[in-house]
Design a binder for this molecule. Structure first.
Ligand SMILES: N[C@@H](Cc1c[nH]cn1)C(=O)NCC(=O)O
Length: 436
C-alpha cells in the first residue's frame, strides 16, 4: 500500500494539506502588526483605519462560522475547505495588488471570509477520518498550527517583508495558499469511502446531513444549555488569549515596565510558543485519560489564577509575567477541549455545526474583549505616548487584566456547571462520550 492508498497514512497527508491552509489563515490574521507601517505608507491610513482593517477579519471570521458548519455537514469538508482556501488566497493576492484603502479593506474582508471556512472543515475532516478518542489530539494539533502561524507572523514575516517587500511577500502567501487549496481538493476527501479506500478501524462511515436534519440540529443547539456554557467558556478563554497575545500584552509591558516594543513582543512570542506546545499536549492527554470536562475545568482554574497575578500585583517581576504569558498560551489547549465536548454531545451528522457554534463564540470573544479592554483603559489615559503607544496608568492595566481574569473565572464556573449537569445526567451523549 502507498501513502495515498493506505487510509491510515492518507489521512495525515490530507490533514497536512488542510493544516497548511490553516497556517496561512493564522499568518494573514496576525500580519497587520508587522505590516502596519508599510500599510500606513501605502494607503495613508490613520490608526483607526488600520485597526478597522485588522478587526474586520475577526468579525467576518466569527460571522461565517455557523453557516460554514452547516455547509460542512451538508456538503463536506473537502469542497468547503478547498473553496475557503481559494477565496482566502484570491483575497491575499488582491490585497498584495491593492492600490487604495477601500480595495485593501475589501481584499482583507475576503481573506477573513475564506479563512472562516478552514478550521471547522478540518474538525469535520478529523471527525470523519479519526476515532473519537483521537479527536482532541487532532483538534490540539490543529490549534498548535495556529501557534506556529502566530510565531511566523512575527520576526520571520518581518524578515521576509524587509527582504522582499510587503507586496511580494503577501502575493507569495496567496500563491502558496492556492497550491495548498488544490492539494486539499485532491487529497482531503470527505471520508475514506469517498476516497475509495478501506474503512479505518473504529471510525464509522458518515452519511451526509439533510437540510431538515441540519435545521433540527441548529434548533437543538440554540436551546441547549451545555452549548451555551461551552460557548461562554470559549468566548472568555479564546477571546482572552487573542486579546493578550494579539493586542494588549505588548503595550502593558512597554508602558508599565518601560520595555521597547521588540523586547515586549518576545513575551507574546512565549504565549504563542505555549499555544504551539500546549494545544497538542493537552489534547493528547485528554484522549489518553479519556477526560474532557475535568481537564477543561482544571485548565481554566489555573488560567484564571495565573492571569490574576497581573491585576493582583500590577507590576510583578518580569520572569513572572513571562510565565503568565506562556501559561495562558499553553492553557488555550484546555480551552480547545470545549470543541471536543460539544462534538461528543451531538450525533456525527452535526459535528460541523456543533463545533462551529462554539468556535464562533470564541471569535466573538476575540472581537469584543479587546474593545472592552480598550474602553476600560481609555478611562485611565495619561495623555502621553511611548514609542507610538498611548500611555495608560498602571492602575488602568490592573483593571484591564482584572476584566480578563474575571472572564476566565466565569469560564471556570461554566465548566463546573457543565460537570454538575453531566454528572446528574449520566452518559447520555448521542455519540460515544469520553466522560460521564
Ligand atoms: N488556537 C486557536 C487560535 C487562537 C489564537 N489565539 C487565540 N486563539 C484556534 O485554532 N482557534 C480556532 C480557529 O478557528 O482559529
Amino acid at each position: 500500500m502507498t501513502v495515498l492508498s493506505d487510509p491510515a497514512k492518507r489521512r495525515w497527508v490530507a490533514w497536512g494539506a488542510l493544516a497548511t491552509v490553516f497556517l496561512l489563515v493564522n499568518l494573514h490574521r496576525l500580519s497587520t502588526a508587522v505590516l502596519s507601517e508599510r500599510l500606513t505608507a501605502a494607503f495613508g491610513t490613520s490608526a483607526s483605519q488600520l485597526g478597522t482593517l485588522h478587526a474586520a477579519f475577526f468579525l467576518i471570521y466569527a460571522v461565517v462560522q455557523i453557516p460554514v458548519g452547516v455547509l460542512v455537514d451538508r456538503i463536506g469538508p473537502r469542497r468547503i475547505g478547498s473553496i475557503g482556501g481559494i477565496v482566502l488566497s484570491v483575497g491575499a493576492i488582491a490585497f498584495a495588488l491593492s492600490e487604495s484603502y477601500v480595495v485593501a479593506f475589501a481584499a482583507r474582508a475576503l481573506i477573513g471570509f475564506g479563512s472562516g471556512a478552514i478550521f471547522v472543515s478540518i474538525l469535520r475532516f478529523c471527525a470523519n477520518w479519526y476515532r473519537a478518542d483521537e479527536f482532541a489530539t487532532m483538534t490540539g494539533l490543529t490549534a498548535g498550527v495556529a501557534g506556529l502561524g502566530a510565531i511566523l507572523a512575527t520576526t520571520p514575516l518581518a524578515v521576509a517583508v524587509d527582504a522582499a517587500g510587503w507586496r511580494p511577500t503577501v502575493l507569495s502567501l496567496g500563491v502558496v495558499g492556492l497550491l495548498a487549496a488544490v492539494a486539499v481538493a485532491a487529497l482531503a476527501h470527505d471520508s475514506p469511502a469517498a476516497a475509495d479506500l478501506e474503512p479505518i478501524a473504529g471510525v464509522p462511515e458518515r452519511a451526509t446531513t439533510s437540510l431538515a436534519e441540519t435545521r433540527e440540529h441548529l434548533r437543538t443547539l440554540l436551546r441547549d444549555g451545555d452549548q451555551w456554557l461551552l460557548s461562554i467558556a470559549f468566548f472568555a478563554g479564546n477571546g482572552t488569549v487573542l486579546t493578550l497575545i494579539g493586542l494588549w500584552g505588548v503595550p502593558y509591558l512597554v508602558v508599565v515596565y518601560g520595555l521597547d516594543v521588540t523586547t515586549a513582543s518576545y513575551f507574546t512570542l512565549l504565549g504563542s510558543i505555549g499555544m504551539l506546545v500546549g494545544s497538542p499536549a493537552v489534547g493528547w492527554l485528554s484522549d489518553r485519560l479519556e477526560r474532557r470536562l475535568a481537564l477543561l475545568s482544571a485548565g481554566l482554574a489555573i488560567f484564571a489564577v495565573a492571569l490574576a497575578v497581573i491585576p493582583a500585583f500590577g507590576r510583578p517581576p518580569l520572569p513572572v509575567v513571562a510565565g503568565v504569558y506562556f501559561v495562558c498560551g499553553f492553557l488555550l489547549g484546555a480551552v480547545m477541549l470545549s470543541l471536543s465536548v460539544i462534538k461528543e454531545r451531538y450525533p456525527a451528522s452535526a459535528s460541523g455545526v456543533a463545533t462551529a457554534t462554539v468556535n464562533a463564540a470564541g471569535f466573538v470573544g476575540g472581537t469584543v474583549l479587546p474593545t472592552v479592554l480598550g474602553m476600560a483603559l481609555d478611562a485611565y489615559r495619561t495623555g502621553d505616548t511611548v514609542e507610538g503607544t498611548v500611555v495608560y496608568t498602571q492602575f488602568g492595566y490592573r483593571v484591564a487584566f482584572g476584566i480578563l481574569a474575571v472572564g476566565v473565572g466565569v469560564a471556570f464556573l461554566c465548566s463546573l456547571a457543565l460537570l454538575a449537569r453531566t454528572g446528574r445526567r449520566g452518559t447520555e451523549a448521542p455519540e460515544r462520550s469520553l466522560e460521564g
